[in-house]
Design a protein around this ligand. Sequence first.
Ligand SMILES: [Zn+2]
Length: 237
Amino acid sequence: MYEGLGVAAGAGLAVGAYAYASLWPGSRIFGAAITAPARSGELALTFDDGPNATWTPRLIDVLARHEARATFFLLGKRAAAQPELVRRIATAGHTIGNHSWSHPNLSRTRSSRVREELRQTSETLQQITGAPVKFFRPPFGARRPAVFRIARDLGMEPVLWNAMTSDWSEPSADRIAEHLMKKIDGLERRGRAANIVLHDGGHRDAAANREPSVKAAGLLLERYARSHRFVTLDAWI
Ligand SMILES: [Zn+2]
């Protein structure tokens, strides 16, 4: 099923364990990636698959209303087509990360192409904003050892997450927020910060409706405004 199975067998990992580890966050088999630190009171809102001409500006407004900063993992090809929007994210004080050029499943992509996907994206983002890109989140959370190695080679820290729900297929902002609050509160009880994923774009369909995700972000900002600090990934390195 995966190109990397030979490598897994060589490393003495069961095939099942490898398939699991390559697709699920929280697994540390492939070396440390940033999820969230073991301290409570901090939330990182992160948004994947943008920039999106409709939803990213609305999200920037919602964040501005709450004076909160977030991290945006952008697709290189969408960023290249909308440099003004990328600059707007950066100017608003948010952190910009690399989410690959075209959103392939990197656990099934050969290393030379992985490198190209990541390098081209970082280069494009840096050209637009003038700042180096320090964070990388693999599409689908899929990775194998080479993917993280390549990301680090290119000067980036790999980032996963610990609070996600299927906001891309959920029509109700309330439901999305409710699911995430449950996860955030569970992490809080265990003394852990939350690294929250929402989507302000669609990696397949740029016209996907992300209104529920944007609204859910607003609900989280309201609910945790007094009790928590909203941080970008920069606070966790
Ligand atoms: Zn994605």
